[in-house]
Design a protein around this ligand. Structure first.
Ligand SMILES: Nc1ncnc2c1ncn2[C@@H]1O[C@H](COP(=O)(O)OP(=O)(O)OP(=O)(O)O)[C@@H](O)[C@H]1O
Length: 318
């Protein structure tokens, strides 16, 4: 769908994109990065609205440098900031956008009604948008991106400004854009956890550079965490602390206990560690047996994407 090759964008004081190379396949792809990571800059380049300083990119096989107009005909765009005229209704606005995309008048009206219904705007679609809540405005912005039935939509921070319920509804809508209509989606967010449920694939950028691109399942699986619960004994009144020390000496990468001291609901304490390698299971069993502790359970958990991102940003991004 999108091929990006060594793309850079330099402003006088800032390098917004730095030799970014990544491919984006059909489906829902989350583009994750902190504020200022370069997400909006990338989207504007992909739409042919802003030229790259170096490198190249194609969208649906079209070159962003020379075929911006053709790209914008086939790709929907939901901008980040509020851009809706306050005095017109959602219906008038979306019909206008549909006409601008080349739809005849009748088709534009029909598509507008369908699309606004799909995003959950009903009677209020006839009222001026100046009186809309943030959630309603975000829905109109999504509707205008979809009205001309594009093959791909680029959504820039669609959950911005929404409360948790509004955010969940918007994420559900985005998922359905793909599942109900087969439209591929590239959606940006600085809230890392929220794209985990919505996206098939996650691309993380930081400071304009690619940190990681992988399927959502891979993203969380490859960084599996093992939670181990042990009993306390007379010899080791804090069994978890004793196990932690033994594992540390065996060279296992441990996670710091949480603010609750890693206390499990019910009895016992939890020790959490990286389970990158299967031999860790044997090491844990042997260490617990060596200390005479009862092994209550070993449970594999998956990292939250936000944790992966924090670790990567903090350390191993060379
Ligand atoms: N027109 C511009 N002139 C100068 N600098 C710019 C311009 N547009 C963006 N930048 C800078 O480029 C960097 C990337 O900005 P960009 O808006 O792409 O980030 P972002 O990841 O979308 O973050 P946000 O969600 O906060 O918009 C930032 O440091 C920003 O200040």
């Amino acid at each position: 769908m999108i091929a990006i090759e060594s793309l850079s964008k330099r402003f006088p004081r800032v390098t917004a994109l730095d030799r970014l190379t990544v491919g984006i396949e059909p489906g829902v792809t989350g583009l994750v990065g902190a504020n200022g990571a370069g997400k909006s800059t990338l989207i504007k380049i992909l739409l042919g609205l802003s030229p790259a300083t170096e490198g190249s990119a194609t969208v649906l096989g079209m070159d962003v440098a020379t075929q911006g107009g053709a790209i914008r005909e086939r790709v929907g765009y939901m901008p980040e900031h509020d851009c809706l005229p306050p005095d017109v209704s959602a219906t008038e606005f979306v019909v206008h956008m549909a006409r601008m995309s080349g739809l005849p008048a009748t088709a534009a009206r029909e598509r507008t009604a369908d699309t606004l219904r799909h995003v959950g705007l009903y009677e209020e679609r006839y009222r001026p948008m100046g009186g809309y809540s943030t959630g309603m405005k975000q829905r109109v912005k999504l509707a205008q991106a979809l009205v001309h039935d594009p093959r791909l939509v680029l959504l820039d921070e669609p959950t911005n400004g929404l409360d948790p319920v509004g955010r969940d509804e918007m994420l559900g809508l985005i998922r359905r854009v793909h599942s109900d209509f087969g439209i591929s989606v590239l959606v940006t967010s600085h809230l890392l956890g929220e794209l985990e449920r919505t996206s098939d694939h996650i691309v993380v950028i930081d400071g304009g550079k690619l940190l990681r691109s992988s399927s959502t399942a891979d993203f969380t699986q490859r960084t599996a965490v093992l939670a181990v619960e042990v009993t306390d004994t007379d010899t080791h009144p804090d069994g978890a602390a004793a196990l932690r020390e033994a594992l540390r000496q065996a060279g296992v990468a441990l996670h710091e206990p949480g603010p609750d001291g890693g206390r499990a609901p019910g009895a016992g304490h939890l020790v959490t560690l990286d389970a990158a390698d299967e031999s860790v299971y044997d090491t844990v069993r042997d260490a617990a047996a060596g200390l005479g502790l009862g092994l209550v359970r070993m449970e594999q958990r998956r990292h939250q994407i936000s944790e992966v991102f924090t670790e990567r940003s903090a350390g191993d991004v060379a």
